[in-house]
Design a protein around this ligand. Structure first.
Ligand SMILES: CC(C)(COP(=O)(O)OP(=O)(O)OC[C@H]1O[C@@H](n2cnc3c(N)ncnc32)[C@H](O)[C@@H]1OP(=O)(O)O)[C@@H](O)C(=O)NCCC(=O)NCCS
Length: 161
């Protein structure tokens, strides 16, 4: 009985999602630490980990669209996005290595896609198989390659001009 209650409490806390704008001021340091942990554990994330100024940088719609997953009062995953003319762009998606494979990134992506209108885009390293699998399941498709050799992905319904 006691262990069932504990398990339910852990599931509940893992599923706690916040808008970046509601938690950014108090969590900036913890987000940078999480970013560094993810960066150390991942081979195909990005060239360098984001710093405080990257998380704090003001972009259109960033505080409303970006999401932070929390467990026991600490960030364990995040999705950083901002609005752009045709929809939204995802700058960063990461889950704490200790919490990966539990559906956190998928849930963050699903919530963003439910909230954002238009096309949602992102760029991913072609060797980042786990991320590409999560994006494919979320409905993203590859739309091209950047000059740096990264894959461009997109989902959503384009605006008709
Ligand atoms: C890519 C990344 C964000 C995925 O985060 P995640 O929270 O582990 O993603 P999910 O749990 O939603 O899905 C990942 C896997 O768990 C599986 N999964 C999803 N829900 C699950 C559940 N309830 N129980 C068990 N497994 C589950 C998925 O099927 C998926 O399996 P796969 O590894 O075979 O593809 C994470 O691996 C990460 O932070 N990587 C480093 C940073 C990075 O590369 N970011 C992307 C840059 S483009």
């Amino acid at each position: 009985m006691h262990s069932m209650t504990r398990t339910a409490a852990i599931r509940q806390s893992v599923h706690e999602l916040h808008r970046l704008g509601d938690v950014a001021d108090e969590l900036l340091g913890a987000l940078v630490e999480l970013e560094q942990r993810v960066h150390r554990a991942s081979s195909h994330y990005d060239t360098g980990p984001w710093r405080v100024e990257n998380f704090a940088r003001d972009l259109p719609g960033k505080r409303e669209l970006s999401l932070v997953a929390m467990a026991s009062g600490k960030p364990i995953g995040f999705l950083i996005a901002s609005r752009c003319p045709d929809g939204a762009h995802i700058h960063r998606v990461a889950t704490d290595p200790r919490h990966q494979g539990l559906g956190i990134a998928s849930r963050l992506l699903a919530l963003l896609l439910a909230r954002a209108s238009g096309v949602v885009t992102l760029i991913c390293d072609p060797h980042n198989q786990s991320a590409l699998a999560v994006y494919a399941r979320a409905g993203f498709r590859v739309t091209g390659t950047t000059p740096e050799g990264k894959l461009s992905l997109a989902t959503g319904t384009p605006f008709h001009r």
